[in-house]
Design a protein around this ligand. Structure first.
Ligand SMILES: [Zn+2]
Length: 357
């Protein structure tokens, strides 16, 4: 039954029900639902209630192409206040049809519905946890942990390639970039890098996964995908809680180019005229005071020791002058004004000539 939304919840497992889904030749299986080649299904994955907080759901669209090919997962809305990814997911889910595809596209339209509806940046409104630090999650944990568990156990295993799409959160500036996972613990770096290069973004950052600790630490959805052995691309566009079309358009065109590069869509490969800047790793700039953040720098080249801004306390006294700990390129940071001791006010990416291994 195309486009029908059905709900169900049973026990501790998320259960997905799709009346009419499941033809003779399943293209993709999610929990107990088969979506047949040439069909689409717009579904709701139920996340049952926990001991202390309510049930929620994950809306997603599965578009199974008429022809064989890989299954690509795009996840939007892990952070509910990052709007361009959610709008781009909605547009792509409406525009892509089974006739267009060799392979299957799974679009998680909003991974974190309670945060989205609550207009809550960074964290879950019930447990105050950052969903993007809560993977792999737990079936009997708090709401963020249960959402992570459903994504880890039901959605990610269905994919061959994962795009986790974010932007600058409520009070963050950000220059659009694509992140790729390299190093010995990442899968198929070459394919991930080629895909990233096809997307027409101005910046590409490599995150090297050299140790299990790097994969495990503060585990995000994209690190979870890496841990599950999938080539993974992080997409970042948009800032400051805005819904600017320029960022939505960049994500949509980037995803279309990526799907073409990966062979799911036909057409000329990337028409990206952009030569991206390349970066290998990033460094944060933590501060030691809370109060009002007055940045003097945003995106662009920074030199070690350069002044990045100052923090004033609630009496108006300047209590900290923040300088760059290293040279590099400021790629995202805190717009403020709220700042708390321990926050990073800028992420400085380390420029390199190339990311070929
Ligand atoms: Zn995010």
């Amino acid at each position: 039954m195309l486009g029908r939304r059905l709900k169900n919840a049973l026990g501790a497992m998320a259960l997905l029900v799709c009346g009419g889904c499941g033809g003779a030749e399943p293209a993709v299986q999610l929990a107990d639902v088969n979506v047949a080649r040439g069909e689409r299904a717009d579904l709701q994955l139920e996340v049952p209630a926990g001991k202390e907080d309510p049930a929620t759901f994950i809306p997603l669209s599965v578009i199974a192409g008429e022809r064989d090919g890989p299954t690509v997962l795009m996840v939007a809305g892990v952070h509910g206040y990052e709007f361009p990814p959610i709008l781009a997911a909605d547009r792509l889910a409406r525009e892509i049809t089974p006739e267009m595809l060799s392979g299957t596209v799974i679009i998680v339209r909003v991974a974190h519905v309670s945060a989205y509806e609550d207009r809550a940046p960074y964290v879950n409104p019930f447990d105050r946890k950052n969903l993007n630090r809560s993977f792999p999650g737990s079936s009997d944990g708090t709401q963020a942990e249960r959402i992570a568990h459903v994504l880890s156990t039901v959605v990610i295993p269905a994919a061959d390639f994962v795009f986790d799409v974010h932007g600058g959160d409520g009070a963050e500036w950000l220059e659009a970039f694509v992140g790729v996972y390299g190093g010995p613990l990442a899968t198929d770096y070459e394919q991930a890098l080629g895909t990233a290069q096809s997307m027409g973004f101005p910046n590409i950052v490599r995150y090297s996964m050299n140790t299990q600790q790097q994969v495990d630490q503060r585990r995000s959805l994209n690190r979870q995908a890496v841990a599950q052995g999938l080539p993974t691309v992080l997409v970042e566009a948009g800032q400051n809680g805005s819904r600017d079309d320029v960022h939505v358009d960049l994500i949509v065109s980037g995803m279309r180019s990526a799907l073409t590069y990966l062979g799911l869509l036909q057409g000329p490969e990337s028409q990206a005229a952009v030569t991206p800047r390349y970066f290998d790793g990033t460094q944060s700039v933590p501060v030691t005071h809370s109060g009002l953040w007055y940045p003097t720098r945003r995106a662009g080249k920074v030199e070690a020791g350069e002044r990045l801004g100052e923090i004033r306390d609630y009496q108006g006294v300047t209590v900290e002058t923040v300088t760059a700990p290293a040279s590099g390129y400021g790629i995202y940071g805190l717009a403020g004004p709220p700042v708390r001791a321990g926050d990073s006010v800028m992420t400085i990416a380390q420029p390199v000539d190339s990311l070929e291994e």
